[in-house]
Design a protein around this ligand. Structure first.
Ligand code: TMP
Length: 208
């Protein structure tokens, strides 16, 4: 049995996650990699209920409550989906994970990174993604893409400086954990991005 791999996908809202996730899904299926796909917040029945609350523009929550709800969803996802899948040797791809909490609640909202790290330690017990793909785009690109879609959710409607801090936090984390992060310039052309993604996935598969 080849080694299980845990991949997370991160980036600003409007970075093109949906498109690139579809490519990753097709690539792994073509490579015969047994993979579970999930997302955060969400991915479990309780997590999806929490997601609805967290993204609802009418929800009022203190910063700490918002952070705890993100980790409540994560705890549920880890214990019922991610850990069992990895234990069976399956790969897991999660659309967002803890780096999003460091970027959005930490960088965006100002929750101390130390406090997030304490929750990370409690909930993850050392488990970290093998690979985190950061789809990086300048703020203008993400904002323009967002404006062309549906009504903005509770995070998407935040001001530009919030999103700038989110992007900066993601890039700072990528610089701090270069072995785990793979930063892709997601403002470039699709073929180049897909080539980079395929190359990195092939490397990971060869190591598994
Ligand atoms: P998305 O899955 O459609 O990108 O939307 C999820 C939103 O939730 C996105 O704006 C980022 C935000 N989020 C956080 O603020 N903290 C987190 O820990 C996670 C997982 C997501």
């Amino acid at each position: 049995m080849s080694r299980a791999r845990f991949i997370t996908l991160e980036g600003l809202d409007g970075a093109g996650k949906t498109t690139h996730l579809a490519f990753i899904r097709d690539w792994l299926a073509a490579a015969n990699v047994d993979t579970v796909f999930t997302r955060e917040p969400g991915g479990t029945p309780l997590g999806e209920k929490l997601r609805e609350l967290l993204l609802d523009v009418d929800t009022e929550a203190t910063l700490d409550t918002e952070t705890l709800l993100m980790f409540a969803s994560r705890q549920e996802l880890l214990s019922s989906i991610i850990r069992p899948a990895l234990a069976m040797g399956r790969w897991v791809v999660s659309d967002r994970f803890t780096d999003a909490t460091f970027a959005y609640q930490g960088g965006g909202r100002g929750v101390p990174a130390k406090r997030i790290a304490q929750l990370e330690e409690w909930v993850q017990q050392g488990l970290q993604p093998d690979l985190t793909i950061l789809l990086d785009v300048p703020l203008q690109v993400s904002q323009q893409r967002l404006s062309q879609t549906r009504l903005p959710d509770r995070f998407e409607r935040e001001r530009e400086d919030f999103h700038q801090r989110v992007r900066d936090s993601y890039l700072a984390r990528a610089a701090a954990y270069p072995q785990r992060f793979f930063v892709v310039d997601a403002s470039g052309d699709l073929a180049t991005i897909q080539q980079q993604l395929a190359g990195r996935l092939a490397e990971l598969k060869a190591q598994a």
